[in-house]
Design a protein around this ligand. Structure first.
Ligand code: 5GP
Ligand code: MN
Length: 333
């Protein structure tokens, strides 16, 4: 895809991502915004996202993000949906729907494309990596654009740790740090650093976690009462599910936080044997093979029971092939 060709002739452009935006969503939206602002100076560009967490205030012009969703422009010539399907765009979905041309750029395997033009690369580490690949005019990339995209990449790869990290991810990151920014500081301040409250909730969630399926699953939950006791926002819970995943012997980690009475946001993480994207998709969510999410209705116990049935299906399927000394080829091939 040639972005500049796709937006040729547009006088208004909108860019949006998903609800509860994470580092990759914010990094890709801001990276594209900063780039297009430079390469098409006469064009009005607006960005729509829910308010980003404070850690992202180091990104240049982050204050330009529109969170109020009231705009003079009713219909954009082009609207980008980054790192998402249109259903997860929240209030920006109507702008996307009404746009004369809709462009969808994403790396989620569960996304089958919702634009007039779709650029979907499930093998890419992050949407930020895709956006970097699409910036064909490298001479326009500057340190602020590089920083935004680098933040996106480190957040979706867990600082180059997860299996979605590829040689091209590292090549992109190498090129991005050559623009010259303090990347160790950026990694610490946007990825590893936790507030005292975030650490307290993490500790509490780990204390209250339990194992089931012979130690292959770890689960924990934070309810609304606890969230309000700590005055915590959803982004304060980032990292809990990943810590559960690191428990020795665990194949699949489940973390829930309560959105409402009988409504929970579910995060799933896998160490490789369970395709959590399949589990999440079964209940209407999505994501990637090793990291996925979904919103579910019911009691905590009902939800965990329903999820474990799907996880069990996959663990059994996998174990059929896992015969010591046996063939690695599945029987039905
Ligand atoms: P997290 O557990 O960190 O919220 O999300 C893990 C991955 O799954 C991310 O790539 C995220 O975009 C995706 N994801 C999380 N929740 C949902 C959901 O409700 N629907 C879809 N389609 N994807 C989700
Ligand atoms: Mn992403």
């Amino acid at each position: 895809m040639d972005i500049l060709k796709e937006i040729n002739g547009a006088s208004t452009i909108g860019i949006g991502g998903h609800i509860r935006p994470d580092g990759d969503c914010i990094g890709s939206v801001m990276g594209l915004y900063l780039y297009l602002s430079k390469v098409c100076p006469g064009v009005e560009i607006q960005i729509f996202l829910e308010k980003p967490a404070d850690i992202f205030s180091c990104i240049s012009r982050i204050g330009q993000i529109r969170t109020d969703f009231h705009t003079e422009v009713e219909q954009f010539d082009v609207f980008f949906a980054l790192d998402t399907t249109k259903e997860r765009m929240g209030k920006a979905e109507s702008y996307f729907d009404q746009a004369k041309k809709r462009i969808n750029i994403d790396h989620h395997i569960s996304n089958s494309g919702c634009g007039d033009v779709n650029y979907l690369m499930p093998e890419a580490s992050s949407t930020s990596e895709l956006i970097y690949d699409l910036m064909k005019d490298r001479s326009q990339i500057d340190v602020e654009i590089a920083k935004a995209l680098y933040i996106g990449i480190i957040h979706d790869t867990g600082v180059f740790q997860y299996s979605n990290t590829s040689p091209s991810t590292l090549k992109a990151a190498a090129e991005l740090i050559s623009y010259g920014f303090d990347f160790p500081k950026l990694i610490d301040e946007t990825f590893y650093e936790k507030t005292y409250v975030q650490n307290q909730i993490l500790g509490r969630a780990l204390l209250e976690s339990f194992l089931f399926m012979n130690g292959k699953c770890a689960v924990s939950m934070v309810d609304k009462k606890t969230m309000s006791f700590y005055e915590a926002q959803p982004h304060d819970l980032d990292g809990i599910v990943n810590q559960l995943r690191k428990t020795k012997g665990v194949e699949c980690a489940i973390f829930l936080y309560q959105l409402d009475t009988l409504e929970y946001k579910v995060s799933l993480r896998s160490n490789g044997k369970v395709n959590v994207e399949k589990v999440a998709s079964f209940f209407g969510g999505g994501g990637h093979e090793r990291a996925a999410g979904v919103t579910m209705q019911g009691t905590f116990h009902d939800i965990v029971n329903n999820l474990s049935a799907q996880i069990a299906v996959q663990l059994r399927e996998t174990s059929r092939w896992d015969v010591p000394g046996g063939s690695h080829v599945p029987r039905n091939y």
